[in-house]
Design a protein around this ligand. Structure first.
Ligand SMILES: O=C(O)CNC(=O)[C@H](CS)NC(=O)CCC(=O)C(=O)O
Length: 317
């Protein structure tokens, strides 16, 4: 159900029908209208904002041409800085140049965008020099329709694995969740990267109507190899949502590389798209919401969930 587009060369994954994409965009023989298509992207951002923008722009244009209704870019699509100071100094407000170029692109291409992990200057920037890690949804008219600020920050030391990051040194945690956004592919619930490890968030989004969960990410090589796919599939299985996770891949600068494998998972937990661990690219996935409905109808786990008092009963005993 997917293909990888790597620059201008097109690579079909061996086990998949070669005409799949062609088929995707044609009218099908069945009576149901074709399901809308999401493009889940992966990029290798560097500290060079201009180069990052042109790489993302190319992916968005390609996704638009191939019939995607909504395109997903990863955390740090704007840049990945090589130091705390660089990360802070390159940041902008939502009203700055970077986001206005993306809103114009969305309008010109007629696609919705999920811009995961924008380095957003806070309101008190002059005073505190801190940013938010913001996931922005832009509609096909170029309006910003939602902004979610990453609420779990990645302060993690794994000495044996060469991972040492302290996101809270430059980032303010978001204060609240945002309601799922109605888009042409369905109701999209917003998270960012490390948020993926907190099922409380995904379950709350599901309870508030999410059909698709999104985790734009920049996972480390070590934690990605160990946890990435398992976590994404678990979130899909528990919530019976599609899970779309755009990703950073490869080497950003001397000190940092990312795991890649931008992934699309269906509500049953099957991986329906994977961008691999090598290079930038995208997967196109049909978002057939009937899959959400039938999965939930056949195994009604949300109805089987006990009330909050039940899960608190241990602390009372
Ligand atoms: O730093 C930036 O510029 C953009 N932000 C990130 O890359 C963030 C914070 S350092 N990365 C993660 O959350 C990785 C999570 C992860 O790898 C895991 O949960 O295992």
């Amino acid at each position: 159900m997917f293909r990888c587009v790597l620059g201008s060369s097109v690579k079909y994954l061996a086990s998949l029908p070669v005409l799949r994409h062609h088929h995707l965009l044609q009218n099908r023989m069945s009576t149901s209208p074709p399901a809308p298509v999401a493009a889940v992207c992966q990029v290798t951002a560097t500290p060079d904002k201009e180069a990052n923008f042109s790489a993302c722009k190319q992916l968005l244009e390609e996704a638009g041409q191939r019939g995607a209704s909504m395109v997903f870019l990863p955390e740090g699509f704007d840049y990945i800085g090589s130091s705390r100071e660089e990360t802070l100094s390159l940041s902008e407000t939502l009203g700055g140049d970077t986001i206005s170029r993306y809103t114009q692109l969305a309008r010109r291409l007629g696609v919705w965008l999920s811009l995961g992990g924008f380095h957003e200057r806070g309101h008190d920037w002059e005073k505190d020099r801190r940013i938010y890690n913001s996931h922005i949804i832009v509609n096909d008219k170029g309006d910003i329709v939602s902004v979610y600020r990453k609420s779990h920050l990645f302060d993690v030391e794994l000495p044996e694995k060469g991972v040492s990051l302290r996101e809270s040194a430059f980032t303010i945690p978001g204060a609240s969740m945002v309601p799922p956004v109605q888009t042409p592919i369905g109701k999209v619930g917003l998270g960012v990267c490390y948020d993926l490890r907190f099922p409380e968030l995904s379950l709350a989004l599901q309870r508030h109507g999410a059909e698709i969960l999104t985790y734009p990410s920049a996972f480390t090589l070590a934690t990605g190899a160990a946890h990435w796919e398992v976590l994404l599939r678990a979130r899909a299985i528990e919530t019976q949502c599609f899970v779309l996770a755009a990703a950073q891949v490869g080497r950003h600068h001397d000190k940092r590389s990312s795991y890649g494998h931008a992934l699309a998972v269906d509500p049953w937990g099957d991986v329906v798209g994977d961008c691999g661990g090598e290079k930038p690219g995208m997967v196109l996935v049909e978002i057939d919401l009937e899959k959400v409905n039938t999965t939930r109808r056949n195994m009604p786990v949300q109805q089987h969930r006990r009330d909050a008092a039940f899960y608190h009963s241990l602390s009372q005993s």
